[in-house]
Design a protein around this ligand. Structure first.
Ligand code: ZN
Length: 381
């Protein structure tokens, strides 16, 4: 255990400050300006890439470098700047060691807990002056929009060979060793409009056709590795018109890409078959959002984090996730990245909360990761 201590009060204040800067996807600019200044104060050089322009947001990804001992492997820490909504006017309530929103908005611990922990360890490095390896901090945009920020990350600016994404709920010490690929599915069922009272016989009810197809789909949890959902349906104009069009959107995820592809095909064929039988037309298109990843427990990236967790006194656990994160994109780009649990709970809801104790544990964990790297003990567990 290292003798250096996380400054709890400073970390708490930093988290509150970050959470109260509204930063929904595509509107991360105000938060980014704050972070650029903070990172520069902490001795990092900061670059912004062109992702914002490409995805229609007001801000790109930030890639920041802190020089360190050259013979030490360079690692990165990554967290995303955007949050889901409602995110305007977040007011943090801190009581009995727990952060919550005032109730009208999300808290945004997803992913500002990660950002706050990273800033705290940078601050600790600066004030203790301990030697460390070169570090890279990557703050992404639009993670909540199908990983759009990291998908458009300018990897030419990234020097680290592996690293950590701080973006998983649950107890610090837990590491995500696998996460699913995801495909978004879109369906438009085209029927025929008619007056619902005068000549319904002329109509083909697109909503009903879609409903018949929906009733035949396998949705929810398909198996341990695979899930599917239809999450959005839009269509129809009025009660006295037989609806001629309905649009549905959903997703398929699997830790095994072939299973995702097979199920996507099955859903497409079901809509096509039912539509044809009902005299309707159907357009189906699938968008591949991101690939799956799997990490070996024996891989250096996980062994290092496990060793650091043990030094920090945190129980080491390995899990697979049902959700994607920027780690999917880094791994696909050839940069091994584990997603670490950072204590956030009930994310994406107004009931979201975060324990200060967990936040402190995350900072201690990161600190130990940096310390293990410099001691170059990471390859001999
Ligand atoms: Zn997140």
């Amino acid at each position: 255990m290292s003798e250096f201590k996380v400054n709890e009060e400073r970390l708490k204040q930093e988290f509150i400050r970050l959470a109260e800067i509204s930063s929904p996807s595509f509107r991360e600019r105000v938060l980014a300006e704050y972070l650029i200044e903070r990172l520069q104060q902490l001795g990092l050089s900061v670059e912004e890439d062109q992702a914002g322009r490409k995805i229609g947001g007001d801000c790109g990804n930030l890639i920041a470098h802190l020089p360190g001992k050259e013979d030490c492997p360079q690692i990165f820490f990554c967290a995303h700047m955007d949050t889901v909504e409602p995110a305007d006017g977040v007011k943090v309530v801190f009581e009995n060691g727990v952060f919550r929103s005032a109730g009208e908005t999300i808290l945004g611990g997803d992913d500002k807990a990660g950002i706050a922990a990273i800033l705290e360890v940078l601050q600790m490095l600066r004030e203790t002056g301990v030697s460390h390896g070169p570090l890279e901090v990557i703050f992404t945009v639009a993670e909540e929009q199908g990983l759009l920020g990291s998908k458009n990350l300018d990897f030419s600016k990234v020097r680290a060979k592996f690293g950590y994404v701080l973006d998983c709920s649950g107890d610090p010490g837990t590491m995500i060793i696998g996460a699913p690929a995801q495909t978004r599915i879109n369906v438009r069922v085209q029927g025929r409009a008619a007056h619902a009272g005068i000549d319904p016989e002329r109509g083909i009810n697109a909503i009903q056709v879609a409903g018949k197809a929906l009733a035949q789909l396998r949705l929810g949890r398909i198996d341990q590795e695979t899930t599917a959902n239809i999450g959005l349906i839009k269509g129809g104009k009025a009660t006295n018109i037989v609806p001629d069009s309905v649009f549905l959107q959903g997703e398929v995820r699997s830790l095994v890409k072939e299973k995702m592809e097979t199920l996507t095909k099955e859903i497409s064929e079901t809509f096509a078959r039912v539509a044809a039988a009902e005299g309707a037309r159907c357009d189906f298109w699938a968008e591949f959002l991101y690939p799956e990843f799997h990490l070996d427990i024996k891989s250096p990236v996980l062994e290092l984090a496990a060793k650091a967790a043990r030094r920090a006194g945190l129980p080491v656990r390995y899990e697979t996730s049902g959700g994607g994160s920027d780690a999917n994109i880094f791994n696909a780009a050839g940069l091994p990245a584990a997603n670490l649990s950072i204590g956030m709970r009930q994310v994406h809801t107004a009931e979201e909360y975060l324990l200060l104790k967990d936040l402190v544990d995350v900072a201690r964990w990161l600190w130990e990761i940096i310390r293990v790297v410099i001691k170059q003990e990471w390859d001999k567990p």
